[in-house]
Ligand binder design. Structure first.
Ligand SMILES: Nc1ncnc2c1ncn2[C@@H]1O[C@H](COP(=O)(O)OP(=O)(O)OP(=O)(O)O)[C@@H](O)[C@H]1O
Length: 565
């Protein structure tokens, strides 16, 4: 059998009891091997006994039971000078002898070889030079160690261990004070030394993610005092890493090998962004408690409470009927924290729908009849945003004139009210239809919904794509629908109409109300089973200003339609 390397044979480690008390056994019955040529990384939560074990292996404190074997020999039975030629130890020490240069500190490693006088031979100097070279510290040789950085000093301490020319090295948290680059570099160095020099290297660390990356073999100490050994993958798959380290805040994700914040309670999040950007957004919002919806499926995965997408240099967040732009990620994250608080108090009435769900609803409603038509299609020549109609009285005047022409030189006022009623009907029909028949509230954003001038018929509407919402709480939908159609579309349109022709507001709102009742009636005719829902929604909308009391029918649907209810 190959005796090289380090072996634990039923090791019990701990501390002698004080004044008649029983010894404190921290670890008991440990059996494991750290092979030559391999980097063995010792991990475990605080206080599980990593330092105790390393000190026991190094012979710095006696084992309470069992044996530690170095190259087949029991540590306790090997005379100190001989042990120092087999085993080097690098402890967590920031205090090193003052006044020494890096070369002199590394040279201390030659003591086990220099005999009584302590004088270094030319060969010893060569070994010291080689050791400094091996840890990339040759250029530091003449510098006082007190002036070295933590990372440089750790490398020189490793050089001192190498200068001992041992067959095994034990290091207790050598990366503790190092930045991430130096940590990775030092671990990489240790692994290379293990390979190149055939050393058994055992190193303890709290840097679990690094340990999982670089270790040939892990020794995992558990709070229960067990020692599990295996490759990082073996211990991960067995669930032992998560079992040892999972906490209230973090949990180990076996797939990625990193710790992730435990799923928050803010709500579900859907992110649409570039490949590189998606994880960043998800992580930033996870800090605020948002859980990422699993992707996949025709409909884009689970319903989300919050949808965030990258838009140009910024972001757009969709939450409970609001679509809010953000220039920077910190602004988005800060806002999302407040949204999370809102969500904990009141569940949203609306969940952001996927683009596919919105398109499906719009397409479905279009089949109900001509007045419900809202095309989702490419915008070609001649299509202009609805917003132009609101913003530009000149554009509106042209359209009014076209209506006047169509109706045969009617008065401009009459043409204006007819146009207003036609547009109101064009907006009510697809939006009420999608709500009632598909549980989707379509966001009729006037910059995205387009119209086109056609002779002889009402304005057709088209959008390349539209946002929308899944209705979670139908009881609150009337308010959201009112805002979408009345506040954001009809009110600005009415104001522009009034600017273009002398007309009071009342008849316009009467027209909007009759367009609404017309939609409800049409919907009830083509989908009788939806009559009750349509009538109820229509009645709620008609009770809200400025539609309330417009003189139009108080009952949205007269006579016969009630027979179905
Ligand atoms: N000198 C001592 N006398 C008695 N008990 C001790 C002594 N030193 C450490 N212990 C105890 O032994 C246990 C293991 O401590 P140890 O320092 O080995 O753990 P560790 O895994 O290295 O911890 P950390 O990750 O915090 O560095 C702890 O319960 C600790 O309180």
């Amino acid at each position: 059998m190959d005796d090289r390397g380090l072996r634990l044979d039923g090791v019990c480690a701990g501390y002698p009891g004080r004044r008649g008390h029983a010894p404190r056994r921290v670890l008991d019955g440990l059996a494991a091997t750290a092979a030559s040529g391999e980097l063995t990384v010792l991990i475990g939560p605080n206080g599980t006994g990593k330092s105790t074990l390393l000190r026991t292996m190094a012979g710095l404190q006696p084992a309470l039971g069992g044996r530690v074997l170095v190259d087949g020999g029991a540590v306790e039975a090997i005379p100190a000078p001989e042990l120092a030629r087999r085993l080097a130890v690098v402890l967590t020490e920031r205090d090193v002898p003052a006044l020494l240069t890096a070369r002199e500190l590394a040279a201390l490693g030659r003591h086990p070889h220099t005999g009584f006088t302590g004088r270094l031979s030319a060969a010893d100097h060569d070994v010291v030079a080689w050791a400094l070279e091996a840890v990339h510290a040759a250029h530091l040789a003449d510098r006082p160690v007190t002036e070295l950085s933590d990372g440089e000093r750790q490398r020189v301490l490793v050089a001192r261990a190498l200068a001992q020319e041992p067959s095994a090295i034990l290091l207790d948290e050598p990366t503790a004070f190092l930045d991430v680059t130096s940590r990775v570099a030092l671990m990489g160095l240790l692994r290379r030394l293990a390979r190149d020099r055939g050393l058994a290297v055992v190193v303890s660390t709290h840097d679990l993610e690094l340990a999982l990356r670089v270790a040939d073999r892990l020794w995992l100490l558990t709070p229960g005092g067990l020692l599990h050994t295996g490759t990082p993958e073996e211990l991960t798959v067995a669930g032992l890493i998560g079992a040892a380290f999972d906490g209230d805040e973090l949990s180990f994700d076996p797939a990625s090998g990193v710790f992730v914040l435990r799923e928050g309670d803010a709500g579900r999040l859907r992110v649409t962004a570039g490949d590189n950007h998606t994880p960043l957004l998800e992580r930033a919002l996870a800090r605020e408690g948002w859980r990422t919806s699993r992707r996949g499926g025709e409909d884009g995965g689970e319903p989300a409470d919050l949808a965030v997408r990258q838009a140009g240099d910024g972001y757009v967040a969709a939450f409970d009927g609001d679509v809010i732009p953000f220039a920077t990620l910190p602004e988005l994250a800060a806002w999302s924290r407040r949204a999370a608080d809102t969500l904990r108090e009141t569940p949203p009435a609306l969940l952001p729908a996927t683009p596919a769900a919105v398109s499906d609803a719009v397409a479905g409603v279009s089949t109900l009849g001509g007045r419900f038509a809202l095309e989702i299609d490419q915008l070609g020549e001649g299509w202009r945003p609805l917003a132009d109609l609101f913003a530009d009285p000149g554009v509106l005047a042209e359209v009014i004139d076209a209506v006047a022409g169509r109706l045969g030189a009617a008065e401009r006022e009459a043409s204006a009210t007819i146009l207003f009623q036609e547009i109101a009907a064009r907006l009510w029909a697809p939006s009420i239809g999608a709500v009632i028949a598909h549980d989707v509230l379509v966001d009729l954003d006037p910059r995205r919904v387009h119209w086109r001038a056609v002779t002889g018929e009402p304005l057709p509407l088209r959008a390349a794509d539209l946002d929308g919402w899944r209705i979670r709480d139908p009881a609150r939908i009337a308010g959201h629908l009112h805002r979408t159609v009345v506040t954001e579309l009809l009110e600005p349109l009415a104001a522009t109409v009034q600017g273009a022709v002398r007309i009071s507001a009342d008849p316009l709102w009467g027209d909007a109300a009759s367009a609404l009742t017309g939609t409800v009636r049409a919907l009830a005719r083509v989908r009788p089973q939806l009559t009750d829902a349509a009538v109820a929604l229509g009645r709620e909308l008609l009770a809200m200003p400025p539609l309330r009391g417009t003189g139009e029918p108080a009952e949205p649907v007269p006579g016969p339609l009630h027979t179905g209810s």
